[in-house]
Design a protein around this ligand. Structure first.
Ligand code: PLP
Length: 341
């Protein structure tokens, strides 16, 4: 049995999803003539109660477009030090938009309104970069799938309103957060200026992200997506996967979360494990006893047919997902019970 737990991006489209893709009605989306893309964008916009949405090939491109929409060169973005937009988008924010970061020392990738407020530069003091955008990540990636309370996000929104800051949500795994915290998309749509969501992670699509905002902003986004090379033609085949995922793959995220929690509990019982970070959604981050090498652990998992990943020194990561079935889970739980170093 080959069990791949390195990320929730490893899922392959199910037979049912493929069927939906094959039967999609398509057209040239660059001329806005693909009915499935148009329907998909409207569906996501309505779900969040936002005016407009645009389909992107990747979450990185959707985030990079949001940064370009929300800032001017020289401006500063305020976000957590572990943010994907800072760490894992290959320096795109500076390359594409000429912006810099004020990185806050948050908890598990999450920041507070108080921290944001303290991190704003005085706009009259023209020597320091102009603070222009706050970037929130929910769930947090490097933070191990942690998710925000709506109350804190509302407080940060107020700080943004008071200081004329744009408010962006990198919601690559927002679906997981909403299921875990029983929140609704409209609660997020009401708060943020721009939101990106991924379909190629927990929702099991082969490709695709969506950026959301008001109609005027999204009209400008069309040009930026073109500049970034993200215009696609008969992308309705991909949007059909997104529609299928919205209708079928959201509620089942609870299974991924339950299995992740069970794995976390089991790891806590293992003598060779030093610490397991709290498991809130589908990501488990853990460290092993100092006398054991991370590489050794990964190797032993590999020998049992289980692939896990290394986030950084002392942080091993397991991610549950749509293609991680109950039989596999039973096997991994059993394997963990027997593992020794
Ligand atoms: C995966 C991810 C993205 C986007 O990644 P792509 O691989 O470009 O789709 C953005 N933000 C976070 C937090 C992510 O986990």
């Amino acid at each position: 049995m080959e069990i791949n737990l390195i990320s929730d991006t490893v899922t392959k489209p199910s037979q049912e999803m493929l069927k939906a893709m094959f039967s999609a009605k398509v057209g040239d989306d660059v001329f806005k003539q693909d009915p499935t893309v148009n329907a998909f964008e409207k569906m996501v916009a309505d779900l969040f109660g936002m005016e407009a949405a645009l389909f992107f090939p990747t979450g990185t491109m959707a985030n990079q477009t949001a940064i370009k929409l929300n800032t001017n060169p020289g401006d500063q973005i305020i976000c957590d030090k572990w943010s994907h937009i800072h760490l894992y988008e290959s320096g795109g924010a500076s390359a594409n938009s000429g912006v810099n970061f004020n990185l806050l020392d948050g908890k598990r990738g999450m920041i507070t309104a108080e921290q944001v407020k303290a991190g704003i530069n005085d706009p009259e003091f023209y020597h320091t970069p102009l603070s222009k955008m706050v970037g929130i990540e929910n769930t947090t990636n490097k933070g191990g799938g942690a998710c925000y309370e709506i109350e804190e996000l509302k407080k940060i929104k107020q700080v943004c309103l008071d200081h004329n800051l744009r408010y962006h949500l990198d919601g690559a795994r927002l679906w997981n957060a909403m299921v875990a915290k029983k929140q609704h998309p409209k609660q997020f749509g009401a708060l943020f200026d721009t939101i990106s969501v991924c379909f190629s992670k927990g929702l099991g699509c082969p490709i695709g992200s969506v950026l959301l905002s008001d109609a005027e902003t999204m009209h400008r986004a069309l040009r930026i997506r073109k500049i970034f090379g993200g215009n696609m033609r008969q992308s309705g085949y991909l949007a059909a996967a997104g529609i299928y995922a919205l209708q079928n793959n959201i509620n089942r995220l609870e299974d991924d979360h339950r299995r992740a929690k069970e794995l976390g509990k089991q790891l806590e019982q293992c003598l060779w494990v030093a610490k397991v970070e709290p498991v809130e959604t589908n990501i488990i981050v853990f460290s092993v006893q100092p006398q054991i090498e991370d590489k050794q652990v990964m190797e032993q998992f590999k020998q049992k047919g289980i692939a896990i990943s290394l986030l950084g020194k002392g942080a091993l990561r397991i991610v549950t997902h749509l293609d991680y079935r109950q039989v596999m889970h039973d096997y991994v739980m059993e394997t963990l019970q027997k593992m020794k170093f």
